[in-house]
Design a protein around this ligand. Structure first.
Ligand SMILES: [Zn+2]
Length: 257
């Protein structure tokens, strides 16, 4: 998926598909490409840089309580009665995610050990996903159900795009186009259902950080800004998938004229 933490939440990398879409354009009209693909690519890049800069800013602001991300995640889960989720460390930058299948809450090293506003925000957000899982939050269940088919679609899509770039015109090309549309319907649906899941996890995180006394109300601005910037990347990912879907549908319309 496009950037940001939770991106790794058990799904393959959408970024490569977006870059392919940008370079190959799928053989559609230049106009459609300029209207649908270029602006969303810029939006995605902007959201990416926004989440990086916001995270980096608040990763340098220590919390007064000095509790680490791992401790904060544990506290949020404990207060929800969760005792069977393991908190682990994972390599990389913003690779934090909750793995509902393995019941693991993986925090990147800087968020696991860090006690910055950004670290606590991300850690509590991931714990928010564990809480969603525990209570059977509907949107998370729907998202999990979509994971296998979304993985197939994101693996098939690059092949479809490369194929359609080399084969222009003919019945085979129409089949590829339809296959591409099907893949994007699945990806767009997945990105759509991700929005309430991510939003809800952040709402839970903010509430619990204050309720458990981990952060003071005056420290919440940093958490709020970090989590909002992350939310923006999910919106950008959805808009990006939707735009490409519309673009492909317009090509299908065009091919029938
Ligand atoms: Zn998340």
């Amino acid at each position: 998926m496009l950037f940001g933490f939770c991106g790794g939440m058990e799904i393959g990398n959408f970024m490569s598909t977006d870059i392919l879409a940008f370079y190959l354009g799928g053989g559609g009209s230049i106009m459609g490409y300029l209207i649908f693909i270029v602006p969303t690519f810029i939006l995605a890049m902007w959201a990416q840089s926004k989440v990086s800069s916001t995270y980096n800013k608040y990763a340098r602001v220590p919390s007064r309580g000095r509790i680490t991300g791992a401790e904060a995640a544990a506290a949020v889960m404990r207060s929800a009665g969760i005792s069977d989720v393991k908190i682990t460390q994972v390599r990389g930058h913003l690779t934090d995610h909750y793995d509902p299948i393995g019941k693991k809450l993986a925090l990147s090293e800087e968020n696991y050990h860090g006690s910055s506003l950004a670290a606590l925000g991300v850690a509590a957000h991931e714990a928010g996903h564990a809480v969603q899982h525990k209570i059977g939050y509907g949107a998370l269940k729907a998202r999990m159900a979509l994971v296998p088919i979304t993985n197939i679609a994101s693996n098939v899509l690059p092949l479809v795009m490369i194929g359609s770039f080399f084969i222009i015109g003919g019945a085979f090309s129409l089949t590829l186009l339809k296959l591409g549309i099907l893949c994007y319907v699945i990806l767009t649906l997945f990105q759509l259902i991700t929005l309430p899941v991510e939003y809800d996890a952040s709402v839970r995180a903010k509430k619990e950080l204050v309720a458990l006394g981990i952060l003071g109300n005056d420290e919440m601005v940093g958490v709020e800004k970090t989590l909002n910037a992350a939310a923006l990347t999910y919106v950008a990912a959805f808009v990006s998938s939707l735009s490409y879907l519309i673009y492909l549908l317009s090509m299908l319309g065009g091919s029938r004229d």
